[in-house]
Design a protein around this ligand. Structure first.
Ligand code: NAD
Ligand code: MLT
Length: 528
């Protein structure tokens, strides 16, 4: 698999990727060039400079994953990637401290006019009176967005004896209280804050949250810090509010257009402190995000679950520990179920029995859907797009849970319903990680879901296995294993024959024609 690194990331991450794949580092690619090159790559690594647009995603042929070495994924068309089953992952933790500390540095630089004083001194001046600042102690710090960085800023602000007010509709009062932070409404914060700092993602809702109307409502003399995303502030309105004296100053690290355009009105103002998107630019953070994103990409390319994927429902680490050993067998059960099914698939039900029913199992159900769709669809189906594929085809997927152990400590039962009937496959783990199919359509079996499997319900009479074995032998098809399962009602058995190669159509027809065979199916467990 080839990996394209399109923005500068630390060598530590690139070296990790090179241990398993070929990596090309091609920086500052014009949009058309990226579109031309992308079909050759299975993974793409970016920071915020490269825009991964719908056109780039649609041009991709074998792209499995886009890794963002940082937090914000607003430079990636996540919706387009999800539709194409491409995982988008980020590195959410690696630069939190760097961005938190940069915010504090910007706030203090703004309060004490440090860049302006430095510039004046470097010009040969010695102006002590001109740069008198303000203290932060005792001032109100308003924080918009109380996530990782917002919380870090709140803690540090409190240590400097600031009063902290925060606005974040997605966290609970209790959560804020445990952090010693007062949650309040946006308008309250605008009216009370002496310093206001933004730590929100850029979304349709937060775009231009601080606009001309908001600047009318702020406490006169407020100082504003933005180390989150440029589009959250209307820059022209901010410049006007600073010129009018309503806002005393601003410290800005992120801009609507990056690199900043020469006509950006903030560039002309004295009372601003500007940095060129340096929030995450520390040696530690750059290594942190590059290693985190590389680890995520390697997992994604190995088809293993990725905790940092932004377009897959997040699975907490402790839940993943429980469900991870079952992912493979769940997918194989889906594969087996779709081979059994005749007719138009309308419903998939996945029942969880035993301890496994006590954790969040959505990812396992997605694995079943992945197993169902991959053998029958041209487009690759994975953890990202499997639920969407089911929905788009009008197939109802539901989960049923029961703590009853049902003969096994943990049992997963997949029931598929078509317009012609129903089929059932049940599976579990033997030991810690050996997947086993233990029931097929009411027949008890013990089948390791690997390679090719011939399934043949047949009448319970002597010689049936011999007949099948003879035909396979005639065509030089080696049998790797054989099982006969008894149905609960006497009269019919099912044979499960593991074969070492694909079974050509003429052989399948001969097997089907055998007297006593009630239907024969070939399942390819490798087609995932
Ligand atoms: P996070 O996801 O941990 O926190 C974001 C918070 O914003 C969440 O608590 C969420 O509930 C809240 N939020 C979302 N929509 C909101 C809304 N409409 N109103 C109020 N609150 C809302 O993210 P984080 O890691 O703390 O990052 C915060 C921002 O900083 C992001 O925009 C990220 O891209 C940016 N960032 C910038 C730099 C830099 O170099 N300047 C570095 C890292 C992160
Ligand atoms: C981020 O979202 O992580 C930051 O903006 C940092 C970066 O782009 O490097």
């Amino acid at each position: 698999m080839k990996i394209l690194v399109a923005d500068p990331v630390s060598e530590a991450g690139v070296a990790l990727l090179r241990q398993e794949h070929k990596v090309d580092v091609k920086l500052k690619l014009p949009a058309e060039e990226l579109i031309r090159l992308i079909p050759a790559y299975g993974a793409l690594v970016v920071r915020s400079e490269t825009k991964v647009t719908k056109a780039v995603i649609e041009a991709a042929d074998c792209l499995k994953v886009i890794g963002r070495a940082g937090v914000g994924v607003d430079n990636i068309d996540v919706e387009a990637a999800t539709r194409r089953g491409i995982i988008v992952l980020n590195a959410p933790e690696g630069n939190t401290v760097a961005a938190t500390e940069h915010t504090l540095a910007m706030m203090l630089a703004l309060a004490r006019n440090i860049p302006q004083a430095h510039h004046s001194l470097a010009q040969g001046e010695w102006q002590r009176g001109k740069f008198t600042g303000v203290e932060v102690r005792g001032k109100t710090l308003g924080i918009l967005g109380l996530g990782r960085i917002g919380t870090g800023v709140a803690r540090r602000g409190a240590a400097m004896e600031m009063r902290i007010l925060a606005y974040d509709p997605f966290i609970s009062e209790e959560q804020a209280k445990t952090l010693g932070i007062e949650l309040t409404e946006l308008e309250e914060i605008l009216a009370q804050a002496d310093f206001l700092t933004l730590h929100l993602p850029l979304t349709a809702e937060t775009r231009q949250l601080l606009n001309a109307e908001a600047f009318q409502k702020v406490k006169p003399g407020i100082r504003i810090v933005n180390c989150a995303r440029g589009g959250i502030i209307d820059e022209a309105a901010l410049a006007r509010a600073i010129e009018a004296g309503q806002v005393a100053g601003a410290a800005i690290d992120v801009f609507e257009t990056e690199p900043v355009r020469p006509d950006n009105p903030l560039l002309k103002l004295d009372r601003v402190v500007l940095t060129p998107h340096l929030g995450a630019s520390t040696a530690e953070a750059q290594i942190g995000v590059a290693v985190d994103v590389a680890e995520g990409i390697l997992l994604a390319l190995r088809d293993e679950p990725v905790l940092t994927a932004v377009n897959i429902a997040p699975v907490p680490g402790h839940v993943l520990k429980v469900i991870k050993p079952y992912l493979d067998v769940a997918e194989k059960m889906g594969c087996l179920a779709i081979h059994l099914a005749d007719g138009r698939l309308t419903e998939v039900e996945v029942e969880y029995n035993g301890e496994i029913s006590e954790v969040e199992t959505r990812m396992l159900t997605t694995a079943v859907l992945k197993g169902i769709f991959n053998p029958i669809l041209q487009e690759p189906v994975n953890y990202v797009n499997a639920p969407g594929v089911a929905k788009a085809r009008g197939i109802r997927a539901r989960e049923v849970k029961s703590k009853e152990p049902a003969n096994f400590a943990n049992l997963i039962t997949v029931r598929v319903r078509t317009d012609k009937g129903r089929h059932l496959v049940a599976g579990t783990l033997f030991g810690k990680e050996e997947g086993r199919i233990v029931m097929i359509d009411g027949y008890r079996v013990d089948v390791a879901p690997q390679g090719w499997l011939l399934l043949g319900p047949h009448t319970d009479k002597p010689g049936m296995i011999g007949k099948v074995g003879t035909i396979l032998g005639e065509y030089d098809i080696n049998i790797a294993g054989m099982q006969v399962g008894r149905t609960e009602t006497a009269g019919t058995n099912i044979m499960a024959v593991a074969v070492e190669a694909d079974v050509p159509t003429p052989v399948m027809l001969k097997l089907k024609a055998l007297e006593g065979i009630l239907g024969i199916k070939l399942v390819n467990f490798n087609a995932g």
